[in-house]
Design a binder for this molecule. Sequence first.
Ligand SMILES: [Zn+2]
Length: 229
Amino acid sequence: MLSGTLHLKSTAYGTSVLGSPLLYFPCKSQCDLLVMAGIHGEEPETTFLLSRALRVFDGNLESTAFVLCANPDGVTLGTRGNANGVDLNRNFPTENWNAAPVRSRSILEAERDMELSTGSAPASEPEVNAIIGLIEQIRPRAVVSLHSPIGCIDAPEETELVKSLQAVFNVPYVKDIGYKTPGSFGTWCKERNLECVTVELPRLAPELLYERYGKGLVEFLKLKSLSKP
Ligand SMILES: [Zn+2]
């Protein structure tokens, strides 16, 4: 039977603009992988899918850490950005960070009809600073960042991690998402030689995502939980 609660213990790694604790689920030993969901508040299905998958574990994983929701204020408010209206995935201190507002689509078929701030300065947002601090503290070898609803796996190289995620999600691998993403988390990782794989879940209701990918994601995490960094 699926547990109604998580048996992993969480720790705060920071505080959001509105004062929500930013929670993560630490590794039991040295961290190999960090899996992060919910950096865009309009993608709560990423949090749902990851949470459901984690219910099978009776405690924290050996070498994989989790952030179930990197942007709790955005989820609470139902906005892509945080409470300051900043797209956190454009606020990372990268060489190409840009003060110009970014545009995104309100639905896949739309023009880029939604404008968001990239922040008053690189890493101006507490949620971004907290992620940076967390990564510097736990030093994972790789990060998986869950998004939706494009349906692809985006990473600069087709690594073993990319291949194992492809086996779970069965979506195309792309070397480039096809539009500029200044100040993105992926770019920040690349500048630090930290492997980052962006999984864009396909456009499906949360229940269907769980039905389609829940089992595969659990298997992937079980394999990861056995591996030592
Ligand atoms: Zn996203």
